[in-house]
Design a protein around this ligand. Sequence first.
Ligand code: FAD
Length: 440
Amino acid sequence: MQAWILACAAIPDKQFSTSGTTVPSTMRASIQTVGIIGSGPAGATLASLLAWKGLDVTLFDDGRRPDLIVGESLVPAIVPVLRKLGLEERAAAFSLRKPGVTFTFSPDEQVAFSFQTLAGSPLPPYAYNVPRPAFDRLLDGRADELGVKRARAGAKIERTDGDGLRLSEETLSQAPWLGGRQPDLLVDATGRCRLFARALRIPAETGPRKDVAYFAHYEGFDDPQPRGQVIIGRLARGWCWRIPLRDRLSVGVVTNKEAAAELGGTPAERLEAAIRRDPLLAHAGRDRRRLTGVVTYSNYQLVSERGHGPGWVAAGDAFGFVDPMLSPGMWLALHSAELLAEHLEDLPAYSRRMRRLIKAWMGLIEYFYDGRIFAMYQTGMAFKQKYPGRIAEGIHEFFNHRVACMASGLTTTSRFGRALLRFMSRPAGLRTDPASLAIR
Ligand SMILES: Cc1cc2nc3c(=O)[nH]c(=O)nc-3n(C[C@H](O)[C@H](O)[C@H](O)COP(=O)(O)OP(=O)(O)OC[C@H]3O[C@@H](n4cnc5c(N)ncnc54)[C@H](O)[C@@H]3O)c2cc1C
């Protein structure tokens, strides 16, 4: 078995030079060669970060780039990573600023969170809504600028002794610059394909829901307000998203598989029926025209029981993925790349941090599914009406601030934030039964 976890020097946490030059070879890590499989957001970002550190990086890229990909709404925590990559301005040129998120939890009740509440924190008071193909090309292009080598191949791997893995001979031959030698470290960034976990039959914890999502791009929907605001709506069964992009609106519905079957025979029939049946969606989309086909996604709550082994590690969705209601996936993908670049010498520490992050997001999302967040909001509003004044206003603002901070990625893992949410959502403190506001 080859040597695998070796020390690497720390790099300063600053933006890349836009010229694409790498850091001097004195900063080279003991792991010299890294093979990353999958050139999605996690793989391309990791390739850039490691190439910048001076490592010899090969990206195995199967070239599959669908025109329509979910993952269009980002959280503010992703912006510092874009800045580090030197890409924020370029991303902003084709994206729409996202000022916050509104949750409509009944036809006449909604709670709006503004990222403006982050002003003065390390995060910017906004995020972006991005067309995924352009965003992915941007990340990919950065890896090329930084000297990452690219093997155009759907990579295949083989098991070695125990939990080890290596590239198949055929795949290795697609990267002739490796001279037939296996990379020191292999990274699984194949997204939900989970190439390594499947090869090694690593079990995964899955979430309780068995949902399916249908989505497409439309024109003619009312523009969410303020401009760029993402709308998440509670449906009679499931939930929906409206993500404004520059020239269109991304609309998706998420529902359980049985309810989906009742909506129609094809994905297009199901998406259209879900829009027609929801009063808010139907009204906002009364003049709608669908611009694209309808894409289906299913099974998207999962975390691998192991995220690393001898000579290999997983990043992004290949490590684990969280329900998309709060849009943490793209940030988790890019941040896993950051964490891995920092912890190449300590993969167990990387895995622990990833697991903790994924679990924290899963925990936060539960509050929205089981109705506690909406019950807290209703309780606060009732208090405000009964006792109008500065104290009630302050409590209301505090609630909005705490939730926005957690849902932006700023304090998602904070013990204080989580304890506070637990405390505020005690059944005794709530005026409404959360179950009546749960997402079914
Ligand atoms: C319904 C739904 C809605 C979502 N909405 C959002 C949202 O609004 N905001 C958000 O932030 N996230 C969202 N996500 C999550 C987000 O899409 C993912 O978290 C993100 O794409 C993960 O990036 P990744 O690089 O890990 O994987 P991917 O984007 O899946 O990239 C993996 C890459 O690996 C390649 N590949 C696979 N196998 C091989 C192989 N053998 N050889 C070579 N290449 C290979 C693939 O072609 C692909 O290019 C959503 C997810 C779902 C399911």
